[in-house]
Ligand binder design. Structure first.
Ligand code: MN
Length: 373
């Protein structure tokens, strides 16, 4: 076997000797031979390809432990791992991009004064036990500023979802000063603590209790979204239906990483398993936070998985498009879930962005705020 000195190998691989020594120390690319007397490193020509791959993966920003794992795989498996890694980076970047855009807008006041018409929400909310579950562990809330759905799980699931929504209710009052994102983050932290205390007090052995939480907070021209778990929010705008949340579920991450198709996911045995929820132990669950510009004519849906597991997006879109007032739409959506067997609790909030009746401050289009369990 022809061996190259580190200098010759560096030249051939277009890596520096310093990088090669580092890869050796990190156990990413050990030399083919180390001279026991001089300590000089020698490389085989066959190692060139691996050296280049390590260099590319480092340029990609992949952590060393993952590079080591990828290098140990055959080409097809390595390709799958790289695709999975990039899907994760992409998702994280999307959340950071939204946050950056919001901060720029907030600091420069870019969107101020753009709105000449006053907008407000017209909304309805309803929750149903379904046909199978012995109790309803969902909690739903709709008020002038706050729309929320929480789906509790575990022995203390019902009080957990109630506690999460209760911790957000103050947001429905008069708007507080300060950044809406700070406000929401504070509220979610409170919700997480409340749910955690409750789950602990329930003193369960084994099965954990927790809850999802998906909420929209109205600011007068924008909707701030907070989301954790696999409840969802959708937007119907200009005839198109857009899902504006990303499920924090094990199967969704498998789909993102290209390891599972949408069809396989529907029958996956672990499809109910959440990556993140409020109140569960382990790593602190960081919710997705974002702010969206609202438009006159927008229709928003916030719902639990009891709807989306059994009612396809195409039918959700049809029902959202067909109904004129939010109350009728909420009823038809829940009816569709129950017609499909009603295997889970189902909760829906539908809210329309409409021109404000005058005077805006006392407009009562949506009726009194209420909680339905
Ligand atoms: Mn559910």
């Amino acid at each position: 076997m022809e061996l190259l000195t580190i200098g010759a190998f560096a030249k051939a691989s277009r890596l520096s000797p310093k990088a090669l020594r580092l890869y050796d120390e990190l156990d990413l690319l050990p030399p083919a031979r180390v001279d026991p007397d001089t300590g000089y490193r020698y490389y085989a020509l066959a190692q060139l390809e691996r050296a280049r791959l390590v260099a590319w993966l480092r340029r990609l920003g992949m952590p060393l432990a993952e590079i080591r794992a990828v290098c140990a795989l055959d080409a097809a498996d390595a390709a799958r791992e790289i695709r999975a890694y990039w899907a994760r980076v992409d998702a994280e970047t999307a959340v950071r991009r939204d946050l950056a855009a919001f901060l720029v807008e907030e600091l420069t006041g870019e969107s101020r004064g753009r709105h000449t018409t006053m907008l407000e929400l017209r909304y309805a909310a309803r929750s149903d036990r379904g046909h199978v579950r012995p109790a309803n562990q969902d909690t739903v809330y709709a008020g002038r500023r706050l729309l929320a759905v929480a789906d509790g799980c575990g022995p203390a699931g019902a009080p957990a979802s109630r506690a999460a929504v209760a911790a957000l209710r103050f947001l429905d009052g008069e708007p507080a000063a300060g950044s809406v994102l700070n406000l929401l983050e504070e509220a979610v932290r409170g919700a997480n603590e409340a749910v955690r205390d409750l789950a602990r007090a329930a003193g369960e052995d084994g099965e954990e209790s927790g809850t999802t939480l998906t909420a929209l907070l109205w600011t007068g021209s924008k909707l701030a979204l907070v989301h954790i778990g696999d409840s969802r929010a959708y937007l119907l705008r200009d005839g198109g239906l857009f899902r504006i949340t990303h499920d924090h579920s094990v199967v969704q991450s498998l789909i993102d990483e290209g390891r599972l198709s949408q069809e396989e996911a529907e029958s996956h045995p672990q499809r109910a398993l959440l990556l993140k929820a409020l109140g569960t132990s382990g790593a602190p669950s960081v919710p997705d936070l974002r702010v969206r510009e609202a438009r006159d004519g927008d229709r928003y849906l916030v719902c639990s998985d009891g709807l989306t597991r059994v009612v396809p997006d195409a039918l959700i879109k049809e029902l959202l498009t067909a109904g004129s007032d939010p109350e009728a739409v909420v009823r038809s959506l829940i009816g569709a879930a129950n017609a499909a067997g009603g295997p889970d609790n189902v909760s829906c909030v539908v809210a329309d962005v409409v021109e404000a009746a005058r005077p805006p401050a006392s407009a009562g289009t949506g009726g009194a705020a209420r909680v339905l369990v």
